[in-house]
Design a protein around this ligand. Structure first.
Ligand SMILES: *Cc1c(COP(=O)(O)O)cnc(C)c1O
Length: 382
């Protein structure tokens, strides 16, 4: 029986184990410690930013970034509709309303033309938005020249959700380093993992200081416990930071492995009727966190759901692309700008197994399973 293939499993080894034991044996088992400080410094250096604050999740980092930007009750925030729910949930945590903006079909990321139209419309009616959150989807950066210029022109802070994009770049600059602040995730399925964790990265000391303060129960630096704000318990454990440091040292190899997997799938599926790859923007380099394909069911002979089901019978995990937020019951009443592009991607998209430890024979198994899906289906009477 062949081993089960997961979509994007954790990839850890001897280096992570050694660092974890080092942290354990040093008795720095408390939430903070030397590995947390070192992980922050090493990540800031890696991305070329001034500050990094290690946190318990990417979602927590989004939450604190919005608070540090002053987003609150009754505010509106532009968010891509095509993303993971955490992006929009963080907006709801601070009492603000997400306004869902559609994707650019050539990148799948936030469409700058729609962002511009909405920023202008809201300025004209005197109802400006408080922030724009851009998401680097499946590792692909947004068009930051366009978004940065727009946010600057309209005086709105830009927040980069780079949870899926550590190791990617846009015009030579690291993902995470755009806007007022960037957010990373070290969840188990991401490019690097600490089992669970995240980070806020920024060039602004005020944002980093506020995030750190709020993440440690908003404790004032005095001997007695003094609080002027509602705080959170969001800091990363020293044990997990040790794992993160070992992971970060291998980032180039991990990115390289995912890019190679993407190239293998691209080559193997290139001439198959009814399959196209997620478009890759020429302005940057994606870490290829997940390789996604679009299916034309009529031409390919199977729907995304049928492909996922067939792969499951072969012990292979595949998933549809993100279901747009404007189609989610919980965000049913939220305003939106467009939506047809993300709906079309959702109707046709499949994410293929892309973990950096995926072997060549496992990649062949995935390709074979995709290609045999149509044949596996029961014949339909004409
Ligand atoms: C994974 C992810 C997050 C959340 O990160 P966690 O560390 O799991 O909280 C946020 N945004 C996007 C786009 C993600 O993919």
């Amino acid at each position: 029986m062949a081993e089960r293939i997961y979509l994007s499993p954790p990839h850890v080894g001897a280096a992570e184990r050694a660092m974890l034991l080092d942290a354990f044996d040093s008795n720095w088992v408390a939430p903070l410690g030397p590995h947390v400080d070192a992980f922050e410094t090493e990540m800031a250096d890696q991305l070329g930013v001034r500050r990094a604050v290690a946190l318990s999740s990417g979602t927590g980092a989004l939450h604190l970034a919005l608070l540090a930007l002053g987003v609150g009750q009754g505010d509106s925030v532009l968010v891509p509709t095509f993303t993971f729910a955490a992006t929009a949930n963080a907006v709801a945590y601070v009492g603000a309303e997400p306004v869902f903006v559609d994707s650019d079909p050539s990148t799948w990321c936030l469409d700058p033309l729609l962002v511009e139209a909405e920023l202008k419309r809201r300025q004209d009616v005197g109802d400006p938005v408080s922030a724009v959150v851009a998401v680097d989807l499946y590792g692909q950066c947004c068009d930051y020249d366009a978004l940065s210029e727009l946010c600057h022109r309209y005086g709105v802070p830009l927040l980069e959700d780079a949870a899926e994009a550590l190791g990617s770049s846009y015009r030579g600059k690291a993902a995470g380093a755009f806007g007022a602040a960037g957010v990373l995730s070290f969840n188990g399925n991401k490019i690097l993992t600490t089992s669970g964790g995240g980070m806020l990265v920024t060039n602004r000391d005020d944002i980093a200081d506020t995030a750190k303060y709020l993440a440690t129960q908003a404790r004032d630096p005095v001997l007695h416990y003094e609080h002027r704000a509602i705080g959170y318990n969001y800091r990363l454990s020293n044990l997990l930071a040790a794992v993160g440091r070992a992971q970060l040292a291998q980032l180039p190899e991990r990115v390289d492995a995912r890019q190679r997997i993407n190239a293998v799938y691209t080559e193997a599926l290139r001439d198959v009727p009814g399959i196209t790859m997620m478009p890759q923007a020429t302005y940057g380099e994606s870490n290829c966190w997940l390789t996604c394909v679009l299916l034309d069911p009529a031409e390919f002979g199977a729907t995304p759901e049928q492909v996922c089901h067939h792969l499951a019978t072969q012990d292979i995990e595949a998933r549809p692309t993100w279901k747009p937020m404007h189609l989610q019951p919980v965000f049913r009443d939220a305003p939106r700008v467009g939506g047809a592009v993300s709906e079309a991607i959702y109707a046709r998209g499949v994410c293929l197994p892309s973990g950096s430890a995926l072997t060549a024979s496992q990649q062949s198994r995935v390709v074979e399973a995709v290609l045999t899906t149509a044949r596996s289906l029961p014949a339909v009477d004409a």
